[in-house]
Design a protein around this ligand. Sequence first.
Ligand code: CA2
Length: 150
Amino acid sequence: MTVVYVLNGPNLNLLGTRRPEVYGTTTLSILEELCREEATRLGLDLVFRQSNHEGLLIDWIHEAGARVKAGESIGAVFNPGAYTHTSIALHDAVEGTELPVVEVHISNVHRREAFRHHSYISPVARGTIVGLGVDGYRLAIDALHGMSSR
Ligand code: CA2
């Protein structure tokens, strides 16, 4: 079965436990279930992961990129967390692997502090979804699915 990756960066393990006014009340494990439902609806397998470590996220992007090249995956939904705003290494990983990525942010980063307005990932992403809460993940899975069947 074809796989869709959903990769989450630092502190997203805290989802649903703090700052509900910014990130809502859905926990990461409920978010995984929502993504699994959507993937299943589209006939896809889901690989859902979260890490607080930049290097591990890079390894997972390499893994996903290799699986896309092997025809086993359609790409990744990626919420890089705060690494969005700092990580040239994640930018290079996405660019270097040519991994189809839809970048997702739960909050509307453009309504927040100026340091959240710049993304190192957006220039190498196929598209971005910001500010739609955890619904953005479902929409991103749909978008990747649509791109892969075009
Ligand atoms: O809005 C998003 O999805 C972000 O990627 C979330 C990151 C933030 O650094 C980005 O600027 C925007 C932070 C994730 C931390 O999530 C928490 C969840 C609950 C409580 C505390 C942090």
